[in-house]
Design a protein around this ligand. Sequence first.
Ligand code: 6PG
Length: 252
Amino acid sequence: MTPGPIVRVVADVAEIARFAAEELVAAVSRATRERPCRVLLSGGRTPEPMYRLLASEPTRSRVDWSAVECYFGDERPVPPDHPDSNYGLVKRTLLEPLGLASPRAYRIRGEASDLDLAARRYEALLRSRFAAYPPEDPSFDLVFLGLGADGHTASLFPGLVIPDDPPRLVVAAWIEAMQTRRVTATDRLLNAGRRVLFLVSGRDKASAAQRTLAPEGRAEPTPASRVAPRAGEVVWILDREAASALPKAIAR
Ligand code: 6PG
């Protein structure tokens, strides 16, 4: 059984970016072009300062980007140049600023008319890139995740049930709360990760963080609380506001 989550509380989102960027620098230092560092990236606002930090000096020169492969934990039903695109966010804030040095990035085709097919194709791509076929699952070196105020992570929203028989890594799902469809990594894929980093910022996340990391009574578990890698570790990096409802014993 993997140890419980590691919880780090830092001053603000800029500090979250610095902490998370160091995690990537460390992970890539253990990789090579032959055995690249495979990273699952998150969308949303919180990781943006980290992407910008990674693309700027001195951090960018500390990373061998040719030994990095980027993938996406979820995507919205929009084309890559749309403001809501998670791939678009990473392209604008990391890939384009890195220019020729930019790492290989494999995006989810959010603009596809058939999102179920787009999800299956992305799953097939993951299995072939990782040469990981059932019962083995692709294992990311680093998984970046966020937390929604309702406790969702990636696009695993409360109430969304994804059957695991047959096992799926990536699915398209209707998100009632957002009245839209999303393509998302499943618990199975996230929990195959070696190191999972939750980046959480802002007071509006305090209740979800508390319900995930220190649930009281018979509170409904949040989707984020299902992230417990089978053979990896989870690190939560929260700013003070997001950690404001956590018991002191947890928030170090
Ligand atoms: C997305 C993300 C989602 C995000 C949370 C937190 O596509 O939106 O994958 O899970 O991480 O909603 O978003 P913020 O960082 O913007 O608060």
